[in-house]
Write a protein that binds this ligand. Structure first.
Ligand SMILES: NC(=O)c1ccc[n+]([C@@H]2O[C@H](COP(=O)([O-])OP(=O)(O)OC[C@H]3O[C@@H](n4cnc5c(N)ncnc54)[C@H](OP(=O)(O)O)[C@@H]3O)[C@@H](O)[C@H]2O)c1
Length: 155
């Protein structure tokens, strides 16, 4: 499968604060690990800083205006999306805010964990309203009391 997005949001589109996540949900971390393992991932440089290392068992692409190992420019990332959308291999868009917003129109499948809380202090958000217009729901998966995953396919 081609370009996919994996994201977790609070009920008001919150995704982060102080370049970190807003929650600690081991089940969701495990879901992220298992779902993206063996594929390629594209993340922003700030998300890479937040993770603090390359993700193992995955090809890591890091969007940045600075050149370096694993770093890609916007132009190169656009080209990657084009390639993956014409292939059987998967490229996961894994955030953060700038990267989700920039590549949302490339996404063919979305794995969206909805965390059933609001986070008024959040400083990173992703407007998910494009989903209701452009995607249909494939299935839902209960993770824990706090969060559940919905998988959506683009029409
Ligand atoms: N809840 C979730 O599912 C989830 C997932 C991932 C991340 N997050 C959260 O999201 C937040 C980070 O998001 P963010 O928006 O601040 O940062 P980000 O999207 O992770 O990274 C932003 C960086 O991308 C690079 N970039 C942006 N536009 C570019 C362009 N046109 N050309 C080349 N490079 C470009 C720049 O890197 P340079 O400065 O190096 O040029 C920029 O600083 C954190 O709080 C993190 O925890 C949440």
């Amino acid at each position: 499968m081609p370009v996919k997005m994996i994201i977790a949001t609070g009920i008001n589109d919150e995704i982060g604060k102080d370049n970190d996540l807003l929650w600690d949900i081991p089940e969701d971390m495990q879901y992220f690990r298992e779902t993206t393992s063996g594929s390629a991932v594209l993340m922003g440089r700030k998300t890479h800083d937040s993770i603090g290392r390359l993700l193992p068992n995955r090809t890591n692409y890091i969007l940045s205006r600075t050149e370096g190992d694993n770093m890609v420019s916007k132009c190169q990332a656009d080209e990657l999306c084009k390639q993956y959308n014409n292939s059987d291999a998967t490229l996961w868009i894994i955030g953060g805010e700038q990267v989700y917003e920039m590549f949302k129109h490339e996404v063919r499948q979305l794995h969206w964990t909805l965390v059933d809380e609001s986070y008024p202090d959040a400083d990173a958000h992703m407007d998910m309203s494009f989903v209701s217009e452009e995607f249909y729901r494939l299935y839902g998966l209960e993770l824990c009391d706090l969060a559940s995953v919905g998988v959506y396919e683009r029409f």
